[in-house]
Design a protein around this ligand. Structure first.
Ligand code: 5GP
Ligand code: ZN
Length: 115
């Protein structure tokens, strides 16, 4: 049994509102959405963060990226969306299993980060 929250969601041990699952990835609604549409896409394989990605992860992560646009449209992002990958302490990552946030909905997102 893994002690990683998102590994446990990927395996089905912890429930989540899944919107997609295949051999390599899972997508599910964020439990604490910060936009009208907010879901996460993760590799089933445990990769702690973007800082830990290696060449061997390229195929799975390519497959992940290939699903994002289709999933976003299916969830109602008809006019674009934002993707965020928080990495490590500076990136304020909270769950150390690589995940892509997909955020959308009308006029809810601030402009790109500014100081
Ligand atoms: P991070 O800050 O690591 O980029 O984002 C972690 C995200 O995971 C947060 O947006 C948080 O709301 C979400 N999250 C944390 N625990 C759970 C959970 O048990 N289920 C789901 N669906 N989302 C979670
Ligand atoms: Zn994990």
């Amino acid at each position: 049994m893994s002690d990683c929250l998102f590994c446990r969601i990927a395996s089905g041990e912890i429930p989540a509102r899944k919107i997609h699952e295949d051999d390599d990835i899972v997508a599910f609604h964020d439990i604490n959405p910060v936009a009208p549409i907010h879901f996460l896409v993760i590799p089933k394989r445990h990769i702690a963060s973007m800082a830990d990605v290696t060449d061997g992860d390229a195929e799975v992560l390519g497959k992940l990226m290939a699903q994002v646009g289709k999933l976003a449209r299916e969830q109602g992002c008809t006019d674009g969306f934002r993707t965020i990958i928080n990495t490590g302490r500076v990136g304020r990552q909270e769950v150390y299993h690589l995940h892509v946030h997909v955020l959308g909905g009308e006029e809810v997102l601030p402009a790109m980060l500014k100081r």
